[in-house]
Ligand binder design. Sequence first.
Ligand SMILES: Cc1ncc(COP(=O)(O)O)c(C=O)c1O
Length: 380
Amino acid sequence: MKKYVFTPGPVPVPSEVLIEMAKPIIHHRTAEFEEIFAEVREGLKYIYNTAQEVFILSASGTGAMEASVVNTLSRGDKALVINSGKFGERWGKICRAYGVEVEEIMVDWGKEVDPAVIEKALSDDSSIKAVLTQASETSTGVKHPIKEISEITSKRDDVIHIVDGITGVGVFEIAFDEWGVDVLVGGSQKAFMLPPGLSFAAMSEKAWKFYETSDLPKFYFDFKPALKNAEKNTTTFTPAVTLIVGLAAVLRRFKSEGRENMHKRHARLALATREAMKAIGLEPFVQDTPSTALTTVIAPPEIGAAKVVAGLRDEFGITVAGGQDQAKGKIFRISHIGDIDKTDTLSIIAAIESVLNQLGYEFNFGAATKKASEILGTEL
Ligand SMILES: Cc1ncc(COP(=O)(O)O)c(C=O)c1O
């Protein structure tokens, strides 16, 4: 059976990128690689909307999350972690592993954080050094107000905003320099349409000031030598050459599509999916502020999400993600990132209808596909 991944990472990789990565490997200490690296550095700055360096790490997204903590904070510092799902929880685990004290703002799953709560926490406790958030909390599908939170941290010289943008960068606008984000993390197996293995991080000037006083241990992920080398279009250690060659191909595609059109592409697929599910009586898990990287849907309680996930897999070769922890068995998550277009999206919506019908769900069969094709069939 032909396989389709509709998970919010890993994602389908475009064929032109796979072809580039299948070519004979080149050595990284060559002019040929330096040229590719220079191109990739520029392309990443364009996607990040920044003049700062965007570091390329040979690690999955969690590696860049860890790197952003060790390059800015110190033992005994206090971090304010927004915990609205599995990845917010991970910020807390990383900080604690390095002896950074954690204060958590717990947010109900599926809800966005209220910036006023962050503002109050910072006013109440002047020892907080960093606010750690997710632009898009992939475990629930919620989008957090990164611009508003950065406005709050920008007013304070002694607080930085560290953003996990792993399912945000390239998906919707995060204006790194303009908004005053301090560290922004991205990952290859997300909007970047690559296999897992690379992650990215940019640092603001304010974050560099934090670097100067940071005493957390760092070696492989030390950004200072990485910066010195990147400015010479090279890397400190052996880079993931094949993935970087693939990244160059992806960034060429993004340059011709344009940053704003990338955001529109995700928004349109998300809107079509969301409205399609509503048309057959399925509620989105996130009501007010959904991320456009994925659509999280509450499965009919009498059926449960596990059967929908299994039906899609067994009948159609489609992999979607289920829920984790408290959302396990309740929700399924449909991705819009990676090499997924409107034809793919229409297909999965039709497949979901077919599976629900087989599972005995009573609904207006065909209404979801009709709704999605109306939305996807109009001009952008
Ligand atoms: C928002 C977010 N943060 C962090 C991660 C962890 O990234 P990785 O699994 O690449 O280490 C993911 C992966 O799904 C994610 O979606």
